[in-house]
Design a protein around this ligand. Sequence first.
Ligand SMILES: Cc1cc2nc3c(=O)[nH]c(=O)nc-3n(C[C@H](O)[C@H](O)[C@H](O)COP(=O)(O)OP(=O)(O)OC[C@H]3O[C@@H](n4cnc5c(N)ncnc54)[C@H](O)[C@@H]3O)c2cc1C
Length: 470
Amino acid sequence: MADAASQTYDVVIIGGGPGGYNAAIRAGQLGLKAALVEKRATLGGTCLNVGCMPSKALLHASELYEAANVEFAGIGIEVKPKLNLTQMHKAKDDSVEALTKGIEFLMKKNKVDVVKGFGRIAGAGKVEVEAEGGAKTTLATKNIIIATGSEPTPLPGVAFEDGKVIDSTGALFLPKVPKHLIVIGAGVIGLELGSVWRRLGAQVTVVEFLDKVGAGMDGEVATAFQRGLTKQGMTFRMGTKVTGAQTSKDGVELTLEPAKGGAAETLKGDVVLVAIGRRPYTQGLGLETVGVTPDARGFIANDHFKTSAPGVWVIGDVTHGPMLAHKAEEDAVAVIELIAGKPGHVDYDLVPSVIYTGPEVAWVGKTEEALKAAGVNYKKGKFPFAANSRAKINHETDGFVKVLADAATDKVLGVHIYGPQAGELIGEACMTMAFGGSSEDIARTCHPHPTRSEAFRQAAMGVEGWTMQA
Ligand SMILES: Cc1cc2nc3c(=O)[nH]c(=O)nc-3n(C[C@H](O)[C@H](O)[C@H](O)COP(=O)(O)OP(=O)(O)OC[C@H]3O[C@@H](n4cnc5c(N)ncnc54)[C@H](O)[C@@H]3O)c2cc1C
């Protein structure tokens, strides 16, 4: 790499997560001279290091463990699995290492300068990077992209304490299976990591302030999903708030109250996972040097990725929109295309959500509740996996697919799936909706048999009432 301090970059990106590294790749592809600044030793951000990837590694391994424990015998495979948690963590860590190294390779391939250290905006067109030993370099640039991501939101009255009151990162590295894990928050992260430790043998209690799991999820799906998790052994304390935590050598005692008010009670566990959401991370970023002020919740506002300061752009978790890796990636491509004078664009209505539990939950577009609230006249087709031949053969019959379409135009407005491999199936719905497709388009598209994707087609057929397999 040429001396980073001796040149003017087209773009300096602060943060090497899915937002930052994808922006760097696209910049390289479009011939922009880019530098990527990252304070962690490895690239990949939250997603690769302590988020999407390690959590999915544990979800996959724990799913196989549970299948071997509970399901194999029923299909004629007799085994008695023994958990080797150290090896399970090692396999996860090895995968993460390979993935983060892959990002380093992509930076080289796209001629991006990676500058390791803490990045701070030092006025218009300047980013100061402080390396681990304290050495400082100032990078000159035409554009700065803030991609600094997010961090776990703490819960007032429940202080983090190593190994006892933990965040999602702590839950990825627990050295032994807790006897009783209490998860505060029935959102994506809490339910995924709660599932991991339940499958590995923990008793899991989920405490949630709201009356519904999976914030933002379609109501009908949320009800079925919670029922499914309960059947698997998870306990839910819905409509309940946590007001305090007391740790001792035996574990943690939480104080709970009904969300609507009422008598307090206590709940004891040996580990508490606080998973109430994430908040934008802008600590020490030097925003004041360019006159950018985050909003009341800490997010940096944007208009087509532009902040209020000329030449300073923002993408990913640190700005508005769903806090998801693929959303950060879409932002990344669009912001670089705009900087390069091209028409970059993201349709936030079409950012899918997935919960990688077993079964999975996935959705894209509007929920029934949102359509009703907006007064939209819609039609609905629904198909159960219990009537899908592939799901039946595989003994994965829990769940359904629901397709919502405009009553007048038949344009697909939302697709909601609770069932096996929902996260894979939802891509087809995203594509249909990106093309402005109708339920009839899906219904008249030949799908392979026997696959779970036929359930999606059958649900679409159901919009006009001609489902054939149920
Ligand atoms: C347990 C867990 C599971 C998840 N699972 C999924 C999933 O399955 N699918 C999904 O889509 N999303 C998932 N997410 C969310 C996903 O990780 C984030 O949405 C995504 O990482 C956001 O990307 P980003 O680039 O905006 O920020 P980040 O990935 O947070 O990256 C920001 C980077 O900026 C660096 N940084 C911050 N400030 C500075 C600075 N001043 N100088 C230098 N570097 C700095 C940070 O070290 C970090 O590496 C999960 C998150 C968690 C915690």
